[in-house]
Design a protein around this ligand. Structure first.
Ligand SMILES: NC(=O)c1ccc[n+]([C@@H]2O[C@H](COP(=O)([O-])OP(=O)(O)OC[C@H]3O[C@@H](n4cnc5c(N)ncnc54)[C@H](OP(=O)(O)O)[C@@H]3O)[C@@H](O)[C@H]2O)c1
Length: 341
């Protein structure tokens, strides 16, 4: 048993949020179990700094599984008996969800139902966190809060709406301690390389080093509320420590366009993005989400949560991390993806 006597299970542990959350829980003395997919190459590089050989009685243990495999999820949850389950696994890319909508519904939507059914069927007494998303609000005008009606504009957003409601349903129908965190965009040096913020920060590093000439992007006018991923995983943990299960919007309350992100990111190295960026309509979504700006006043009031990193600092730290990462790669010193600490 761990130092704190607590055991957590994280799906999506190999992703941006999963890796930060695993660090947070390990630092708080949890025994952490994570679900990873079998792949032909290593897919756990975000965990390199915290993973130890299981033969050393390590507090981080990884298990193979998949959100499409309900039987193995039920067996795993029954065997682990976790006190807390953080369900972060998903096909999480909005643009890609238009290309693979069926798969997105299977994993991002039904994957949540499979975990909840595993909890119900195994009878495990646990607390469940669902990674809900601001993309569920879609076309609803800002600011969006817990009472804003959903109007998703992508298969991803629609799948997350199903997952949101099935979480509420298991809370109401079976009394499961199940919460939705409605998180607005959150970024970091560990953000996947195909998400727009990371695409920009990587390109700045490569353009400055003379390795890239152009950066092709889609809609530059989209307004998003961007926070810092470590701040947001702290909110996930806080939600599961409450006396009562409830849903919370987590956001910074500020929105900025992609153009503003470009201004700051290229400006960080003294370049003008207009010289390098071109719009490629292939990156447009069949239906766009124009403006997301969250109202997290309930989380501030009830959880005492607030963001510690604001937009300009976020852009700067992502660009600096990608410059350092590239320097390390070029010098043959690549040790992992996390360069900010
Ligand atoms: N980041 C944001 O701005 C944001 C905002 C709101 C909500 N969310 C949601 O929060 C969660 C975490 O986001 P993130 O940014 O950390 O996403 P991410 O970096 O894309 O990570 C997604 C995780 O899900 C795993 N996964 C995908 N398909 C799976 C499957 N079929 N079976 C098992 N695992 C699977 C991935 O595994 P591999 O590593 O093997 O691919 C990865 O560990 C997601 O549910 C996302 O939709 C994110």
């Amino acid at each position: 048993m761990s130092e704190s006597g607590r055991r957590a299970f994280i799906t999506g542990i190999s992703g941006q949020d999963g890796s930060y959350l695993a660090e947070l829980l390990l630092a708080r003395g949890y025994e952490v179990h994570g679900l990873i997919r079998r792949a032909s190459t290593f897919n756990t590089r975000r965990l390199d700094s915290i993973y130890r050989d299981p033969h050393e009685n390590a507090p981080l243990i990884l298990h193979y599984g998949d959100l499409s495999d309900g039987v193995s999820l039920t067996n795993l949850i029954r065997d682990l008996q976790p006190h807390e389950i953080y369900h972060l696994g998903a096909q999480s890319h909005v643009r890609v969800s238009f290309d693979i909508p069926d798969y997105t519904a299977q994993t991002t939507g039904l994957g949540t139902l499979r975990i909840l059914e595993a909890i119900r069927a195994s009878g495990v007494q646990t607390r469940f966190y669902q990674a809900s998303s601001s993309e569920m609000f879609g076309a609803a005008p800002p600011p969006q809060n817990e009472r804003t009606p959903f109007h998703p504009r992508s298969p991803y957003g629609a799948a997350k709406v199903f997952a949101y409601w099935i979480t509420v349903n298991f809370r109401e129908a079976y009394g499961v301690f199940a919460v939705n965190g409605l998180l607005f965009n959150h970024e970091s040096p560990r953000r996947g390389e195909t998400f727009v913020t990371r695409k920009i920060s990587r390109a700045v590093a490569r353009i400055q080093a003379g390795l890239q000439d152009k950066l092709y992007l889609g809609n530059l006018d989209a307004l998003r509320d961007w926070g810092y991923a470590p701040d947001f995983v702290l909110a996930m943990w806080m939600m599961l420590q409450q006396p009562k299960a409830d849903d919370f919007v987590i956001a910074t309350g500020e929105s900025h366009t992609i153009r503003e992100f470009l201004d700051l990111a290229f400006g960080r190295v003294g370049l003008d993005w207009h010289d390098y960026v071109e719009v490629d309509p292939r990156y447009y979504r069949p239906s766009e989400v124009d403006h997301l700006r969250g109202d997290a006043s309930k989380a501030q009031r009830v959880l005492g949560w607030q963001p510690s990193v604001r937009f300009p600092e976020l852009v700067a730290l992502m660009v600096d991390a990608d410059i350092q990462l590239l320097e390390d790669e070029l010098a043959g010193r690549l040790v992992g993806v996390d360069r900010e600490s």
